[in-house]
Design a protein around this ligand. Structure first.
Ligand SMILES: [Mn+2]
Length: 424
């Protein structure tokens, strides 16, 4: 896939500069009472999952422009995910989507092991009709008026759990497109009751060591109302279902300017924060690359997460969920994984005692300055050192471009069509 010698040679050329930069940053952090090696070790231990659909080129409601050498099946996707992890050392798990990634579980495990990858949460799909499906989801799935459609959607989710068990996953993420496009089209209460009843049946099939994540989304594909529209409804669902049900926060699934870091804090307080789908947005659910637009917001989310580390039961799942329309998906995912690591590293630099002191003293200026000081610190040497220590690339994008991987797979894989896409 990527030759070890290529990474070693590229790292060799950058090692001296990195050593100088790392030592310099180490000295400056030492003055703030921070041990750079400890921060580096925590960053090195951090991982964010890759969604299998992320390595394909995305699309919009209007069109999809396929990239070169797009994966033709789940095994190609796992190869691409293997490259991302090989070069960044930051993406040890892949999240599969059923039925798109349906395959023999033993073969899936073998391919993942080949790349040192594990499997993150399983994702069900009742937002589109699949070939051979008996009943349509055009008017909903888990909340559909027809009990036979709801049953079909429940069975699909149970099948996702079965496949997940066979490959070592321990979580199911459910996002539905159910909702309405017209005022009056549905009765909000009856629709929600039907959804809860169906989700209870899914929850009843959850293995004891699994977690169930529900993902809220304000709009799209339903444009007037969605059945799980925001974190309030999501919290109601998790509390209704039981202790292994948690809320998943996709950063793009909120109205512009919503205070997402505060939502994160509230869900932590309720012990119901299940995890994240990281991406970025300017106007709505844009699915732009993580931290492409607002890295400070991502930092503020991680500030809440670092503050909550060590609390009982606090173990949110982290995944990227973005759509790559004008970049090479492998490059975008590598950069985004590093952006998430960067936000984590910056959040680790916050002097929590100083912050709390300023908060308790009503010193708004110093409190916000403490956050800014951590955010402004260029932690790149920490990330690069964490990568080189584990044999990953100091500069993953440069190494990827030098490897010729995209040219190789473009020659081997069939040309993709412009149809399809799919970002949840
Ligand atoms: Mn998502």
């Amino acid at each position: 896939m990527i030759k070890a010698s290529l990474i070693e040679d590229d790292n060799e050329r950058r090692a001296a500069d990195l050593a100088v930069d790392y030592d310099s940053l180490g000295e400056r952090l030492d003055r703030r009472g921070i041990d750079i090696d400890k921060v580096k070790d925590r960053v090195a231990a951090y991982g964010v999952a890759i969604p299998s659909w992320g390595v394909g080129t995305g699309g919009t409601r209007f069109a999809r422009f396929p990239g070169r050498g797009e994966p033709a099946n789940v095994f190609d996707k796992l190869d691409d995910c293997g490259v991302i992890h090989r070069l960044t050392g930051a993406t040890p798990n892949v999240s599969l989507h059923i039925p798109w990634d349906k395959a023999d579980p033993a073969e899936l495990r073998a391919k993942a092991e080949e790349h040192g990858l594990g499997f993150d949460a399983m994702n069900s799909n009742t937002f589109q009709d699949s070939p051979g499906q008996a009943l349509s989801y055009k008017f909903g799935s888990l909340s559909h008026a027809d009990p036979a459609v709801r049953r079909q959607a429940v069975e699909h989710n149970l099948e996702c759990i079965e496949i997940g068990r066979a490959i070592g996953s321990t979580a199911l993420t459910v996002w539905v497109g159910d909702g309405s496009n017209f005022p009056g089209q549905v009765d909000f209460t009856r629709q929600f009751d039907r959804y809860l009843e169906a989700m209870s049946a899914v929850y009843a099939g959850l293995p004891d060591d699994w977690r169930l994540f529900t993902e809220h989304k304000m709009y799209e594909p339903a444009f007037y109302s969605t059945v799980v529209q925001d974190w309030g409804t999501n919290l109601m669902i998790a509390q209704h279902l039981g202790e292994r049900a948690f809320c998943l926060v996709d950063l793009g699934h909120h109205a512009p300017n919503v205070n997402i870091e505060m939502i994160v804090a509230r869900l932590i307080h309720a012990k119901k924060l299940g995890g994240f789908h990281f991406n970025d947005s300017k106007y709505g659910d844009d699915d732009l690359d993580t931290a492409a637009i607002d890295p400070y917001r991502l930092f503020l989310v991680f500030n809440e997460l670092v503050a909550a580390e060590g609390k009982p039961g606090f173990d949110p799942a982290h995944m990227l969920d973005q759509s790559h329309n004008v970049t090479d998906p492998i490059e975008s995912l590598m950069v985004s994984a590093m952006e998430v690591q960067r936000a984590y590293a910056q959040a680790l630099l916050v002097d929590r005692a100083a912050l709390e002191g300023a908060q308790e003293a009503n010193d708004a200026l110093m409190a916000t300055a403490e956050l800014k000081r951590a955010f402004r610190t260029d932690v790149e040497p920490i990330l690069a050192k964490a990568r080189s220590d584990k044999g990953a690339a100091i500069d993953p994008v440069a190494a990827f471009r030098a490897s010729g991987y995209r040219d190789r797979v473009a020659a081997e894989r069939p040309e993709a069509s412009g149809a399809g896409g799919g970002i949840v």
